[in-house]
Structures are given as C-alpha cells and as structure tokens.
Design a protein around this ligand. Structure first.
Ligand code: MRU
Length: 343
C-alpha cells in the first residue's frame, strides 16, 4: 500500500516535516518547517497542499510557531496561539480543513488547565490526533469506495487527492489503492490540472510509484475520453462540502461533473468528515481562493500571455450537489438527498 508521508513531525516535534510538493516529480525533497513564516509560506506556495494535508500542517505548524512563547503565562500563551492560528488560517481560505484543524488545537489549548508547558503538550497531542485520525479516515474511504470499482475499472480523477494531499492514502485515490492492494485491476486517467499541474506532477508520480497504471491527459481531453467510453467513473476530492452537498474543489471539477452527467458516467466526491462545513447553506457562500495571475500567465520562467493581458486565476470552483452521484466518506457511501447540516 502507499507509504508516502506528506506531513509529519520531525523527531523532536520542534518542526513539521513535509515533502516539498513544488519540487515533484523532478526532485524528492523533505523540508523541516520551524517557524510561523515558514509554515505560512509552505502552505501559501503549495509546498504542502491538499485540504487534509494543510489541516495537519497548520495544526502542527501552530505548535511549532508558539514553542518560543511557552515561557509566558498560560493566558498570554493561549492568546498568542489564537492569534497565530488566525495568521495560518488566512493563507488558504477555501479548504475548510485548515481552519477546522486550527480551531481544534486552539480549543484543546483553552480546555487545558495548569501552565503553558501543559498547554503545549496538549496542543501537540491534538495535532498528532488530527494526523492519526486522517490516516484512519483515508483507509475507511478506500474501503467504502472500493465497493464501487468493478475489476478493470477506469477511474478519471482531477488535481491530486492522493497520499500527497492527506495524512494517509488519500481520498479520491484511496479506493484505487485499496483495489490494487486486493489484486483488482484498476487504472487511472489523471487530468493534468492547469495551472499548477497537480495531476501530471503529483497524481501521476504517486500512482506510478505504487505501480498503478495512469495516463495523464490535458484537462480539455476529458470530454472526448468520456465519449469514447474510456471512463467508468470519476472520483475527485473536495476542499469544502457545505450543508446542501455543494462541493468546492480544484477549478475544473465542475466542468468534469457536467461532462460526466452528459455522458451518463457516475461522478463521486471522496472526502473525510473534516471537509464538511455545516455552517454554510450552499456553495454560493464559499470563499474561492484567487491566486497570483503569474501562475497562469507564465510557464516556468517563460511568459505565455502578452504584457498587459488580464488573467483570472480562481483556484477552485463549486460543483452543485445535483451533479454528484454520491459521496465516498469515512462513514460509508452517502447517496442523495444530501444533508450535511452536521459533521
Ligand atoms: O490547490 P490544491 O492543490 O491544494 O487543491 C487540492 C484539491 O483541490 C484537492 O482535490 C482537495 O484539496 C482534496 S485533497 C484530498
């Protein structure tokens, strides 16, 4: 089974150890994040990415960032933690896992009596739990989702919702890994995922490493592949699932859901409970992260649009619940009508 550890503690818990995903697939580099600035920069620049992984990194990063203040009194220490959590949360607004994980660590701090040292121990314990729970949830998603894969299934996925994006096997890719582990035949069509190419750089890398057949296609080739009968089902991840079942995920997900509906192909969203945001009624309320236009207007160092051209770079889009066949979750497969008014 997949053995990637995208985010973990350094041995002394003084740093968050990540795989630097900006360097993949050309170089495999692990980095230790030891300060608030390093944690924020890693999340903002997608060195660590994917909703569950940034939640885990944020939670651990919060502990790392406040260590230097542990000599302060308990109340001052907790106030510092609260403020630090706000700064980390602001790095990426769409994935709810980030603010959810930070809230968990801050709430645990507030519920811990005695002194700052005891509070810090409790915070680290909470961050560790978030990682361990995510690992377990990924496996349960895989076990629930594998039931939807017939032998020889051809799965289309978008972006990277695999081991690199989580603390475990991934979400969208978890059923694929479990199927392969059970000896089932399974293959993946990975959309390259413009502009930052998480599909071709990351999904293809981790599947190839695991010995699972994967074909990278351009985003715009999905329609003809579906029409040619080469896709049995789509499985994508999620950054936020709101009360009515609308889903924010990597931009392009909505287009794939429309295409899948047109071609009569099941469209599944795989997600852990931590990705549910019951506080928002519909997808219209989700804040969509707008990223630097250079991600679109340059390829490597090279400009690919003329000077002065206006470029839009919304990193996510919203897929309406009516286009989703079912959710694959750690609590099993959830069919419509969807109701996520609680986590
Ligand atoms: O911008 P990214 O690369 O963080 O976007 C990631 C996605 O859209 C994933 O599909 C989502 O976070 C789920 S990861 C299990």
């Amino acid at each position: 089974m997949q053995s990637i550890e995208s985010v973990r503690w350094s041995p002394n818990q003084r740093a968050v150890r990540i795989i630097d995903q900006r360097k993949l697939p050309n170089e495999y580099v692990e980095r230790d994040l030891t300060s608030l600035d390093e944690v924020c920069d890693a999340i903002r620049t997608l060195a660590v990415r994917g909703a569950p992984a940034i939640g885990i990194c944020g939670a651990m990063g919060l502990c790392v960032a406040v260590v230097a203040h542990a000599a302060a009194g308990r109340d001052a220490f907790i106030a510092r933690a609260r403020d630090t959590a706000r700064r980390i949360a602001s790095t990426r607004p769409t994935a709810v896992n980030l603010s959810w994980a930070l809230d968990r660590v801050v709430n645990r701090a507030e519920a811990t009596p005695r002194n700052s040292a005891a509070v810090l121990i409790a915070m680290r314990d909470e961050a560790t739990r978030i990682l361990e729970e995510d690992r377990a949830m990924c496996l349960r998603i895989g076990e629930a989702g594998v039931e939807l894969l017939k032998n020889g299934a051809r799965v289309l996925t978008h972006c990277n919702a695999g081991a690199l994006a989580t603390g475990g096997l991934g979400t969208a890719l978890a059923p694929v890994y479990v199927a392969a582990e059970r000896g089932q035949e399974v293959s993946v069509l990975a959309t390259e995922t413009r502009p930052l190419l998480q599909g071709s750089r990351l999904t293809a890398w981790e599947l190839t490493r695991a010995g699972i057949p994967v074909t990278v296609i351009t985003d715009s080739a999905a329609a003809s592949r579906m029409r040619a009968g080469e896709v049995d089902l789509c499985i994508v991840g999620a950054d936020r699932v709101v009360a009515n079942g609308d889903v924010a995920n990597k931009v392009g997900t909505y287009a794939l859901a429309v295409l899948a509906r047109h071609h009569g192909i099941p469209f599944y969203v795989a997600m852990p409970t931590s990705t549910i945001d019951p506080s928002l009624a519909s997808g219209d309320e989700i804040i969509i992260e707008q990223r630097d236009s250079k991600e679109v207007s340059t390829l490597g160092e090279r400009r690919i649009t003329a000077d002065g051209v206006v470029v839009g770079n919304a990193a996510f889009d919203v897929t309406p619940a009516e286009l989703i066949t079912a959710f694959i979750t750690d609590k099993g497969v959830i069919h419509p009508p969807f109701d996520f008014k609680s986590k």
